[in-house]
Design a protein around this ligand. Structure first.
Ligand code: NAD
Ligand code: UFG
Length: 345
C-alpha cells in the first residue's frame, strides 16, 4: 500500500507536491473540485515526470469533487486504503475571506471537518495539513518560531487557526492513534523549472509575485509598492519567500517523518529563514530575467506588517529538510511559467 491522497492536488502547491510524490514512487490520488485549477494539470505533471523517467497514468488519479461532499469522499475511501492524506484544498484569499466569511468558514473548516470524519471512519490517521504563517499575530521577533503567539488578524487566518485547534482536539481524543503535522507556510513563490505547472493567477492579483509577473509581461504598467517607510533595511516590507519545489519537498519530509514515528501532533514552519524586501525581490527579478519593473511607492496596505521571517530550525532538525533554492532561482522559475503563456485573464 503506497497510496497518498492529496486534496487540492491540482492547485499551485498541490501540483508540485503530487510531482514530488510521484518521483518517490507513491501512487497519488487527487481530490479537487477544480474551483481554482484545471484538470490539465495532471497531464502536465505526467509530462514533467516523463522528462526523467517513464511513469504511467495508473500512478496518478484525479477524483473531481468537493471535500464538503461526504458521499463523494466516502466512495473514494471505501475503494482505496491510503497511507496518508496531504490536505491542501481550500480557499486562500485574505481579502475575499473578509468579504465572504461564510464561504471561507464553510469550505475551509466545514470541508476539513468532513474530511477528518471520513479519515476517522476509515482509520486513516496520518495527516499533513496546509496551514499558514498568517495565523501568527504581529510580532517584533526577528525570526518567528512555532511557539509564537497565534493571533490571526483576518478571516482566512482564523479558519486556518481553527482547523489547527480542531486537529489538536482530535489528536487528544485518540492520542495513541493520530499522526498530524500542521505545516505553516511562509511565502511560496516560483514554479517547477519546466514552466509547465504553476499558480492560477487571480486578477488582479493580491500578492506581490504574481503582480511582478504581470508588470514584467507588460500587462500591468507598474508595480505599486505598499510603503517605503517600514522599519526595514530599505523601508519596504520583508518576507520569507520559499520556492514552491522546496515547500513541496517539505511535505514529503513531514509525511515520512510521521510514518516513521509514534503518534503525535506537530506544528512546523516551512520557509527559508531568510528575509527579502520588496525592493530586493524587484531588483533580483530584473537582473535574472533581464527586464524592467517600473514601480511607484504608495501608502502602506492595511493589515500589513514590516517583516515576517520563519525560524526553520525545527524542520531542519526533525525532518532533516533544508530548502535548496535561492531568490534568484525563485525569480527565474516563477517567470518561466508566465513565459509559457499560461496567463489567462
Ligand atoms: P490553490 O487555490 O492553487 O489550490 C487549492 C486547490 O484546492 C485548488 O485546486 C482548488 O480547486 C481546490 N479546492 C478549493 N476548494 C475546494 C473544495 N471545497 N473541495 C475540493 N477542492 C477544493 O492554492 P495554493 O496556493 O496551492 O494553496 C494550497 C493550500 O495552501 C491552501 O489550503 C492555502 O490556504 C494554503 N496556503 C497557501 C499559501 C500561498 O501563499 N499560496 C500560503 C499559506 C497557506
Ligand atoms: N506588496 C506590494 N505590492 C503589491 C503586493 C504586495 O508592495 O502589489 C508587498 C506587501 O506590502 C508585502 C510583500 O509585498 O510587504 C508581500 O506581500 P504578499 O501579499 O505577497 O504576501 P503577504 O506576506 O502579505 O501574505 C501572503 C498571503 C497570506 C499568507 C502569507 C504567509 O497573502 O495568505 O503570505 O504565507 F498567509
Amino acid at each position: 500500500m503506497n497510496k497518498v491522497l492529496v486534496t487540492g492536488g491540482t492547485g499551485f502547491i498541490g501540483s508540485h507536491v503530487c510531482l514530488c510524490l510521484l518521483e518517490q514512487d507513491y501512487e497519488v490520488h487527487i481530490v479537487d473540485s477544480l474551483i481554482n485549477s484545471s484538470p490539465n494539470v495532471v497531464q502536465k505533471i505526467l509530462e514533467i515526470k516523463n522528462l526523467k523517467t517513464k511513469i504511467f497514468e495508473k500512478d496518478i488519479f484525479l477524483h473531481i469533487g468537493d471535500i464538503r461532499d461526504e458521499k463523494f469522499l466516502n466512495q473514494i475511501f471505501s475503494e482505496n486504503e491510503f497511507l496518508s492524506v496531504i490536505h491542501l484544498a481550500g480557499l486562500k484569499s485574505v481579502s475575499e475571506s473578509t468579504e465572504n466569511p461564510l464561504q471561507y468558514w464553510e469550505v475551509n473548516l466545514g470541508g476539513s471537518i468532513n474530511l477528518f470524519k471520513i479519515m476517522k471512519k476509515y482509520c486513516c490517521k496520518n495527516l499533513v495539513f496546509s496551514s499558514s504563517a498568517t495565523i501568527y499575530g504581529n510580532t517584533d521577533k526577528k525570526l518567528i518560531d512555532e511557539n509564537s503567539e497565534i493571533k490571526p488578524i483576518n478571516t482566512y487566518g482564523e479558519t486556518k487557526a481553527s482547523i489547527e485547534n480542531l486537529l489538536k482536539n482530535i489528536y487528544h481524543s485518540e492520542e495513541k492513534e493520530w499522526k498530524i503535522c500542521n505545516l505553516r507556510y511562509f511565502n511560496p513563490i516560483g514554479n517547477h523549472n519546466s514552466g509547465l505547472i504553476g499558480e492560477k493567477p487571480s486578477y488582479p492579483p493580491n500578492n506581490l509575485f504574481p503582480y511582478l509577473n504581470l508588470v514584467a509581461s507588460g500587462i500591468k504598467e507598474k508595480l505599486l509598492i505598499f510603503g517605503n517607510d517600514w522599519p526595514t533595511e530599505d523601508g519596504t516590507g520583508v518576507r520569507d519567500y520559499i520556492h514552491v519545489m522546496d515547500l513541496a519537498s517539505g511535505h514529503i519530509a513531514a509525511m515520512k517523518y510521521l510514518m516513521s514515528n509514534k503518534p503525535r501532533i506537530l506544528n512546523v514552519n516551512l520557509g527559508t529563514g531568510k528575509g527579502t524586501s520588496v525592493l530586493k525581490l524587484v531588483k533580483t527579478f530584473e537582473e535574472v530575467n533581464k527586464c524592467k519593473i517600473p514601480y511607484e511607492f504608495v501608502s502602506r496596505r492595511t493589515g500589513d506588517v514590516a517583516r515576517t521571517v520563519a525560524d526553520i530550525n525545527l524542520a531542519n532538525k526533525i525532518f532533516d529538510w533544508f530548502p535548496e533554492r535561492n531568490i534568484s532561482d525563485m525569480c527565474i522559475d516563477g517567470w518561466k511559467w508566465k513565459n509559457f503563456g499560461h496567463v489567462s485573464i
